[in-house]
Design a protein around this ligand. Structure first.
Ligand SMILES: [Zn+2]
Length: 569
C-alpha cells in the first residue's frame, strides 16, 4: 500500500503539466481555427502563457493549487464549445444551459461521440491532477515562471505591433482578445449572466406591476358573444429550407401542403437570435435586439391578450427551466393556465413527443365555452437535437438518404434523415392543431413559427457542423418557417387586415414583428403601439437589415438577401 502511495506521490508533476496544458489548449485551438490572423493567435497564446506562468508561480500554496484544479474542470465546457461550435464561451451559451434538459444534454453529447470520449479522458486527467496534488509539496521553479512571464509579455507586445488594427484601436483589439481567452471568456460570460439575473430581480416588481395602457378589444360590442380562439404554435429548431412547404425537394410537409391554399406563407422571415432563451423574449415581448433588456421590465404578448379579456393557455412540451425566474418561464407564467411536460403524469407524456400538445389542446378546448375568447400558446420540442427522439417509429420515413437532395457522408446523411423525419412530425402536429380549430367553426386563427433555425452541414464537410447558437451567425440558424391559417369566418369578419397580410407575405420580416402581429390577429388595441410593425398593417415595411442578438448578447446586422431555397415551386 505504502509503495503505491509513494508511486502516486511521484506522479504529482502531472498537476502543473495539466494546469499549463489546460490554460494553453483553448488558445492553440483558436489559432488553428483562424490561421489567417497571426497577431490574434500570438496575442491569445501570449495571454495564456502569462496565465500559466502566474498560476504556476503560486502553485506551491495548497489552497491556490486546489482551487485552481477545481476551477479548471470548466475546461470541459470550453473544449466542447471550441471544438463543436468554434468559439469562446458566451453568455448566450451559459443562459441556455439551465434551459437544456438532462436528456437533451445527453443527446447532444452522443451527437459528438469522438469529442465526448476525448473529453471523458480530459475529465479523468483533471480529477487525477486534483487528487495527486491535493497534499503534495510541489513547487515550480520561480525562475521558469519568470521566463514564462517575460515570454508572454514579448508575445503580446509583438502581436499588438503586428496587428492590422490602426494605432488608436489597438487597445480595443487587446481588450477583445483578452476577453475571448480562456478562462476570461467564462468569467466574463458568468458575470454577464449574473448581471442579467440581478437586473431581472431588480425589475421583478416593476414587471409584476406592469400593465399595457388602455388595452381593449376593437369593436367589442359587435364581437360580444362571439367565440374566438387563436393558437400560437412555437416551433423549435425548425429551419425553413427543410420544409417542402417552402420548396425543399424532399416531401417533409405533405399534410400542410394538402391545405396550402388555406395557408398564408411568409417566405422571408428570420429570428432575431439563434437560441431559444435569447430568441423568444424578442418575439414575445416588445424588446428588440438593441433593447433586449425591455423583456425584463415589461410583460409579454401573453399578458396583453389576457388583459384584453382572452383566457390564455401556455402549454409546453419543453421542460421547465432549472432557473426559476428565467425569460421563458416569465413569459409562460403571464398566462392564466400554464403546464410544462413535467407537469403531466408520465403515462400522458406520449414519450415526450409533440403529439401530447394535441391532446392537451383538446383538454383546453373542451373547457372553453362556445362563446368564449381564448388564446392558446403551444411550445413544441420540434426538431431539437437529438432529432431521432422527436418522432415515433411510424414517422421513420426518410432513411439511407431516400430522396435526399444533397449527397453527404453517411453519418451526416443519417442526421439529415432524422432531422427531416422530425420536420414531418411537426407537419403532422401543426396540421392536427389546424384541424381541431377548423372543426370548431368559429372565428379563429393559427400562427406557426420556429424560434430559430439549425445548421445541418451547410458549410463544408465537418461532422460537427450542425446545431445552433454558433458564435458566428449563419443564415440557416435564423431562416425560419412562418405562416398563418385563418378560419373562413375570421377572414370574412376582417377583410381589410387579411388583404394587407396577404400583400405583405412576400416581404422580409423578423420575429420582432410577432408581438404587434398577434395584437392584430386577436383584434386588440392599446395605447403607444407600434402598429406598423404588424404583418396585418398596410403600413408594414420590410426592414433594411436583419438584426440579430448574437451569443455575446450584442446586436449584429445581416444583409437582407433572398434565400434560394425559400422560393416556392
Ligand atoms: Zn430553440
Amino acid at each position: 500500500m505504502k509503495s503505491v502511495l509513494r508511486f502516486l506521490a511521484r506522479q504529482a508533476y502531472i498537476g502543473p503539466l495539466f494546469v499549463a496544458a489546460a490554460l494553453l489548449a483553448p488558445s492553440v485551438i483558436a489559432s488553428r481555427d483562424e490561421p489567417s490572423s497571426i497577431s490574434r493567435a500570438l496575442f491569445m497564446l501570449g495571454i495564456s502563457v502569462g496565465f500559466a506562468s502566474v498560476a504556476l508561480a503560486f502553485y506551491h500554496r495548497p489552497w491556490v493549487r486546489r482551487l485552481l484544479h477545481l476551477g479548471l474542470f470548466c475546461i470541459l465546457l470550453e473544449l466542447f464549445y471550441r471544438f463543436a461550435y468554434g468559439g469562446s464561451v458566451s453568455p448566450g451559451l451559459l443562459l441556455s444551459i439551465p434551459e437544456t434538459s438532462g436528456s437533451e444534454t445527453l443527446e447532444l453529447l452522443a451527437g459528438h461521440p469522438i469529442l465526448t470520449t476525448s473529453l471523458s479522458v480530459v475529465m479523468l486527467l483533471a480529477a487525477l491532477a486534483l487528487i495527486l496534488t491535493w497534499n503534495a509539496p510541489i513547487r515550480v521553479s520561480p525562475r521558469r515562471c519568470m521566463y514564462g512571464g517575460v515570454l508572454a509579455l514579448s508575445m503580446m507586445i509583438v502581436s499588438v505591433s503586428l496587428s492590422p488594427a490602426p494605432a488608436g484601436k489597438r487597445g480595443s483589439f487587446a481588450a477583445a482578445e483578452f476577453k475571448a481567452t480562456f478562462p476570461v471568456d467564462i468569467a466574463a460570460a458568468l458575470s454577464a449572466v449574473a448581471g442579467d439575473w440581478f437586473d431581472s430581480r431588480l425589475q421583478a416588481s416593476r414587471r409584476a406591476a406592469f400593465t399595457f395602457p388602455n388595452v381593449h378589444l376593437k369593436d367589442a360590442a359587435a364581437r360580444d358573444g362571439d367565440g374566438e380562439i387563436y393558437v400560437v404554435m412555437i416551433g423549435e429548431t425548425s429551419r425553413r429550407s427543410n420544409w417542402s412547404l417552402f420548396g425543399y425537394p424532399r416531401d417533409t410537409t405533405p399534410r400542410l401542403e394538402e391545405i396550402s391554399q388555406q395557408l398564408i406563407l411568409f417566405d422571408h422571415v428570420t429570428s432575431n437570435a439563434t437560441n431559444t432563451v435569447l430568441s423568444l423574449p424578442l418575439a414575445m415581448t416588445r424588446a428588440a435586439p438593441d433593447s433586449h433588456a425591455i423583456s425584463r421590465s415589461q410583460k409579454s404578448i401573453v399578458a396583453l391578450l389576457k388583459q384584453a379579456g382572452f383566457e390564455t393557455f401556455w402549454i409546453s412540451n419543453q421542460e421547465p427551466s432549472l432557473v426559476k425566474s428565467n425569460p421563458i418561464s416569465e413569459i409562460a407564467f403571464d398566462a392564466d393556465h400554464v403546464s410544462f411536460s413535467a407537469d403531466m403524469p408520465p403515462g400522458a407524456r406520449q414519450g415526450g413527443l409533440d403529439s401530447n400538445l394535441l391532446s392537451r389542446m383538446d383538454d383546453a378546448l373542451a373547457g372553453i365555452p362556445k362563446n368564449g375568447k381564448a388564446v392558446i400558446f403551444l411550445h413544441m420540442e420540434g426538431s431539437h437535437f437529438g432529432y431521432k427522439d422527436r418522432y415515433p417509429q411510424s414517422f421513420e420515413h426518410f432513411q439511407n438518404g431516400l430522396d435526399a437532395p444533397r449527397i453527404l457522408p453517411p453519418r451526416q446523411q443519417q442526421l439529415v434523415d432524422e432531422y427531416d423525419n422530425s420536420v414531418s412530425y411537426t407537419d403532422f402536429v401543426v396540421r392536427g392543431a389546424i384541424d381541431r380549430l377548423a372543426a370548431r367553426q368559429i372565428k379563429s386563427g393559427l400562427i406557426y413559427f420556429s424560434d430559430h433555425g439549425e445548421r445541418l452541414f451547410d458549410n463544408g464537410l465537418a461532422d460537427s457542423d450542425f446545431g445552433h447558437g454558433f458564435p458566428t451567425i449563419s443564415r440557416e440558424e435564423i431562416e425560419i418557417p412562418f405562416f398563418f391559417w385563418l378560419s373562413g369566418s375570421f377572414q370574412s369578419a376582417n377583410p381589410g387586415i387579411v388583404k394587407a397580410l396577404k400583400s405583405n407575405a412576400q416581404s422580409t420580416a423578423q420575429l420582432h414583428n410577432l408581438f404587434e402581429t398577434l395584437v392584430d390577429l386577436a383584434g386588440v388595441d392599446y395605447d403607444d403601439r407600434s402598429a406598423n410593425l404588424s404583418l396585418f398593417s398596410t403600413q408594414f415595411k420590410s426592414p433594411a437589415q436583419l438584426d440579430v442578438l448574437n451569443m455575446q448578447q450584442v446586436r449584429v446586422s445581416l444583409a437582407v438577401t433572398p434565400n434560394a431555397v425559400a422560393a416556392r415551386n
